[in-house]
Write a protein that binds this ligand. Structure first.
Ligand code: HH2
Length: 288
């Protein structure tokens, strides 16, 4: 499947996110007590709004606000709890933030409320399979959507992941999900794809997917990658989540060089510097 829209322009509600000059940075804001690296830091809405503004000032193009942890083993959160975490942050940011706003949710009710409060993107780690109402919410709002690959659910995904050919299977699944959304009336230009690093994958599966990122870029949709501070970086460096910045930046540079459109990161300022150097060198190569 090849999409016929311009893959450098991601249509997100009222905004077009143009990444023709290089990948965009999606800054992570987890408004949860239990996220794997920043859980509990931004539970107070005032602190969360300040952190979002700080990420935007550091160069985040998108702020991704999550009210439910998806770390391996995490339990689902009731809708009212997720709403009570996410909505005060979106309301606090109204009119104060230049960055596009994304909500990291698999629930249509949360997505709809977030879009009505000014969010532009729904980042759905279930690729719109968890909630049958999600696709219609996206279609009606014209919102941007990230379709992420996951095997199982956060509670079960790391138990014993198996694939024949991980790259082919993830590619096929994402292509099928994009096709299903388009058949339901979502515009191709709204859809971004994500291999879901760490979601039902071993270290070998994750490294294979990153090594062959072009296989996903080829599908013709913007590709989002999140590897910031993840256990993949821990496994390769032997470092705990608090000491994975250098490893995360190496992964970011790799993905930027291979055509990723959006990089989902905790450390925006450092990631911005790494991206600027990478893109300057890529531009030089294309001039020679
Ligand atoms: N990773 C996490 C959460 N959401 N969304 C996309 N599109 N891609 C990802 O790789 C991705 C994601 C997990 O990381 P984090 O938000 O830092 O932790 P937690 O799920 O524990 O809140």
């Amino acid at each position: 499947m090849t999409a016929r829209h311009d893959p450098f322009r991601w249509s997100c509600g009222g905004r077009i996110l143009d990444w023709s000059r290089g990948p965009l940075l999606m800054g992570i804001l987890n408004v949860t007590p239990d996220s794997f690296s920043d859980g509990g830091l931004y539970q107070d809405p005032g602190a969360a709004v300040e952190q979002a503004l700080r990420l935007a000032a550091e160069g985040a193009d998108i702020i991704d606000i999550g009210g439910e942890s998806t770390r391996p083993g995490a339990a689902p959160v009731p809708t009212e709890v997720e709403l009570s975490r996410v909505m005060p942050v979106l309301e606090g940011l109204r009119g104060r933030c230049q960055a596009a706003l994304s909500v990291d949710t698999t629930k249509a009710v949360v997505a709809q409320a977030a879009l009505a409060a000014g969010a532009h993107i729904v980042n759905d780690v279930s690729a719109c399979m968890a909630d049958p109402d999600m696709v219609e919410v996206l279609r009606a709002a014209g919102a941007g959507v990230v379709l992420m690959h996951m095997r199982g659910t956060p509670r079960t995904m790391q138990l014993d992941p198996h694939y024949g050919d991980v790259v082919a299977e993830v590619r096929r699944h994402l292509a099928e999900r994009a096709q299903a959304l388009m058949e339901a009336g979502v515009d191709a230009g709204q859809i971004a794809l994500d291999p879901g690093i760490g979601f039902g994958k071993t270290v070998a599966h994750n490294t294979r997917l990153l090594a062959r990122l072009e296989a996903l870029v080829d599908l013709g949709h913007p590709v989002v990658v999140g590897l910031s501070r993840k256990s993949l970086v821990g496994a390769l460096t032997g470092r705990p989540a608090t000491e994975r910045l250098a490893g995360s930046l190496a992964g970011l540079v790799w993905c930027a060089d291979r055509g990723a459109a959006v990089l989902r990161v905790h450390d925006v300022a450092a990631s911005r510097d790494a991206l600027q150097v990478t893109m300057a060198l890529k531009e030089q190569v294309s001039r020679e």
